[in-house]
Design a protein around this ligand. Structure first.
Ligand code: 6PG
Length: 253
């Protein structure tokens, strides 16, 4: 499967991806009044968001026309696990001019993860002006990948991995998923249905620890139920992988 893969020197990675995000926002706004950007969580994006939040890039974007969403969020974390909203707030939102972007965060105060997922699906539908049950078309989606091949909070073996499949048209926009690494903990995640319809999908992967999973996902043969990030082979033409040279070291050209 031919992928769009950009291999970047580690020290240039954050700036190169930040430039790609700026360019994608500009491209979108040249044709649409707003740009919906779905943000990745975890640790990889923080340097990218900081690069976006500093001159020159911070002044290159008309933030008023940007709608920010989260690809996933930690639910009910007991405090020591930072939420993805907090990470974005500390690295990006705190530095943006006002008026700034419209921020559509996951509300994790609703008692149950299922209620949070349902509320986020409604917020997405209303802010994207799509009917309940219809699928929005996000302009740009950022995704990371775990060493187990998960992306957003779509974990190996998840029922969400059966995509595209027989009941794809009934897949919710957002789901509450048990977090495998922590008993009793949940993540709220956008579903493949919500992610696949995006105009542009950008994976961001850095570090030697990700080299094995990058090889398996980009050049392996495993089923996507084992490696959820491989679901995106079905839409490879709109996916670009930004991988630093450490994470790309096992790839064969
Ligand atoms: C999260 C992310 C998750 C992340 C990968 C990679 O909430 O943790 O959404 O999908 O993108 O786990 O995380 P790192 O960037 O920390 O390696």
């Amino acid at each position: 499967m031919a992928y769009n893969v950009e291999i970047v020197e580690p020290k240039l990675f954050a700036g190169v991806v930040a430039d790609e995000i700026v360019a994608s926002i500009h491209d979108t706004l040249s044709e649409h009044p707003k740009c919906s950007l779905v943000l990745a969580g975890g640790s990889t994006p923080s340097a990218i968001y900081r690069a976006l939040a500093r001159p020159p890039r911070v002044t290159e974007v008309n933030w008023e026309k940007v709608q920010l969403y989260w690809g996933d969020e930690r639910f009910g974390q007991s405090g020591e696990v930072q939420s993805n909203y907090t990470m974005v707030s500390e690295t990006l939102l705190s530095f943006l001019p006002t008026p700034g972007p419209q921020v559509y965060r996951v509300d994790t105060s609703l008692g149950t993860p299922q209620a949070s997922a349902a509320a986020y699906a409604e917020l997405i539908a209303s802010s994207q002006n799509v009917a309940q049950g219809a699928v929005p078309v996000f302009d740009v989606v950022l995704l990371g990948i775990g060493t187990d091949g998960h992306t957003a909070s779509i974990f190996p073996g998840s029922s969400l991995c059966a995509w595209p499949g027989a009941d794809s048209d009934r897949q919710p926009l957002c789901a509450a998923m048990p977090y495998p690494a922590q008993e009793g903990s949940f993540r709220i995640t956008l579903s493949p249905a919500a992610l696949f319809s995006a105009r542009k999908i950008v994976f961001i992967v850095r570090g030697v620890a990700k080299a094995p999973i990058v090889k398996r996902v980009l050049q392996g043969e495993e089923d996507s139920s084992a490696l959820p990030a491989r679901m995106f082979t079905a839409v490879a033409d709109k996916v670009t992988w930004f991988v630093d040279s450490e994470a790309a070291q096992h790839l064969s050209s």
